[in-house]
Design a protein around this ligand. Structure first.
Ligand code: HEC
Ligand code: HEC
Ligand code: HEC
Length: 351
């Protein structure tokens, strides 16, 4: 072997070593960049799936609407728990099983994307995208308690909690329990001595956990313990508040207007909030029955449809919309559904 060849051999070895060392140094950076690209793709896909399927309950900013939980608060939940919750749902709650293996509509990769989304996303991005796509869920439309009333109630002993309770009641409870806590056809009165004398812990427990199998949802996912104790105070001291002439304002129900503009706005709302389950044009999906269905439309009155939409169907994934849709909006939905009636398909088989 000549010296020259040995020298070249040595140089080549050094070169290979240097290249290897450089590759070893650069590899994690390349991998990190690839992982980042992958993550962005996955979160972006998750965002679209979310806006199609989850936004009506969990909100455009993941904040949780009505009694539904916030997803913005579970970003540190482990991936497996998140995956299983989405795949299998939560037994006996309105959280349905979305995995195809469980009769739902999402494949493994899609659920993985939702998990990436929940763990990584900045929810403001989701909100912005929802806004851009015009799929913001309708916001809560309760008539606000007037400033004057709040000042009046605050003047009572420990009045701040009472005023808070009044606002929370107006936002979350009035649709079922009525403006004077007197109850309605679907929920009992809360304006009784029995309720006022019930132990505060017991009332808080009922509000937190709800009454399973009834329209009374558990609010622990949506309200803090301070908020629940403000509500308890309001229930226990409602007689004092009522003696001041205070009642919670409610939105009035206008008669159904079938004008083309109303039907068009109902159609738009239906496309945002109902098609994910009931299908485009109301023809039904594996998640929920057809509403564009002659039998259903001819046998169900406006008032009954109104009640079902507002209160949901307990024990199923049909959400209660009363805390999210105004009566006007619900009536627009009914007008849209009525516009199908003349030529709705006759569906005879059991759904
Ligand atoms: C019809 C309303 C509804 C829809 C639509 C819905 N969820 Fe839920 N979700 C719930 C309820 C109610 C709970 C709380 C269940 C419980 O009490 O454990 C929940 C809980 C969750 C949780 C666990 C939160 C926690 O604090 O433990 C995750 C994660 C979740 N949902 C993700 C999703 C995703 C992703 C979608 C869309 C594919 C979705 N949900 C669609 C109602 C809904
Ligand atoms: C979707 C309708 C609905 C909403 C909204 C609702 N409730 Fe109820 N609530 C009910 C029904 C129905 C019952 C009766 C459950 C049963 O059969 O035991 C009930 C029962 C109760 C009870 C127990 C009454 C008793 O006599 O034992 C309390 C307390 C209560 N609700 C408080 C609240 C508060 C506070 C809110 C708002 C955060 C609220 N509810 C929101 C429907 C509702
Ligand atoms: C998360 C899925 C989901 C969403 C979103 C949803 N629904 Fe439903 N809906 C259901 C299910 C499931 C049923 C069937 C409940 C049952 O078994 O009785 C149902 C039932 C109904 C019924 C009664 C149908 C009948 O044949 O008795 C009406 C009316 C209805 N939904 C209207 C709406 C409207 C309007 C919207 C949009 C504002 C909507 N739903 C959004 C799941 C959903």
């Amino acid at each position: 072997m000549s010296r020259n060849m040995a020298w070249t051999g040595f140089l080549a070895t050094v070169l290979i070593l240097v290249t290897l060392v450089l590759a070893v140094i650069r590899e994690p950076a390349i991998q990190a960049r690839a992982a980042e690209t992958q993550l962005i793709a996955s979160v972006t896909e998750g965002m679209d799936i979310y806006l199609e399927n989850c936004v009506v309950c969990h909100g455009a900013a993941g904040e949780g609407l009505g009694s539904y939980p916030s997803l913005a608060l579970v970003s540190d939940m482990d991936a497996e728990t998140l995956y299983k919750t989405i795949e299998r749902g939560r037994f006996n709650t309105q959280m349905a099983a979305y995995g195809v293996n469980e009769g739902g509509i999402l494949g493994d990769a899609q659920i993985d994307s939702l998990v990436s989304l929940i763990q990584n996303v900045n929810w403001r991005t989701v909100y912005t995208r929802a806004e851009a796509l015009d799929v913001l869920p309708p916001q809560l439309v309760a008539a606000p308690v007037s400033e004057e009333t709040l000042v009046q109630v605050s003047a009572l002993a420990d009045g701040t909690a009472l005023a808070d309770g009044l606002e929370l009641y107006a936002a979350n409870c009035v649709s079922c329990h009525g403006p004077n806590l007197e109850g309605s056809s679907i929920a009992p009165t809360l304006n009784t001595d029995v309720i006022r004398q019930t132990d505060g812990f017991e009332l808080a427990r009922i509000i937190e956990q709800g009454v399973p199998g009834t329209l009374m949802a558990g609010w622990s996912n949506a309200l803090t313990s301070e908020e629940i104790s403000a509500l308890v105070q309001l229930l226990q001291r409602w007689d004092e508040v009522q003696n001041m002439g205070v009642a919670v304002p409610v939105v009035e129900v206008p008669p159904i207007d079938m004008s083309p503009e109303i039907i068009a706005s109902g159609a738009r709302l239906f496309n945002i909030t109902c098609t994910s389950c009931h299908g485009t044009g109301g023809y039904g999906t594996v998640m929920a029955p057809a509403l564009n269905n002659s039998l259903f439309l001819t046998t169900t009155s406006d008032t009954q449809i109104h009640q079902i939409i507002a209160m949901g169907v307990p024990g199923t994934i049909m959400p209660a919309w009363s805390s999210r849709l105004s009566d006007t909006e619900i009536n627009a939905l009914i007008a849209y559904m009525r516009s199908w009636e003349a030529d709705a398909p006759i569906i005879t088989q059991a759904r």
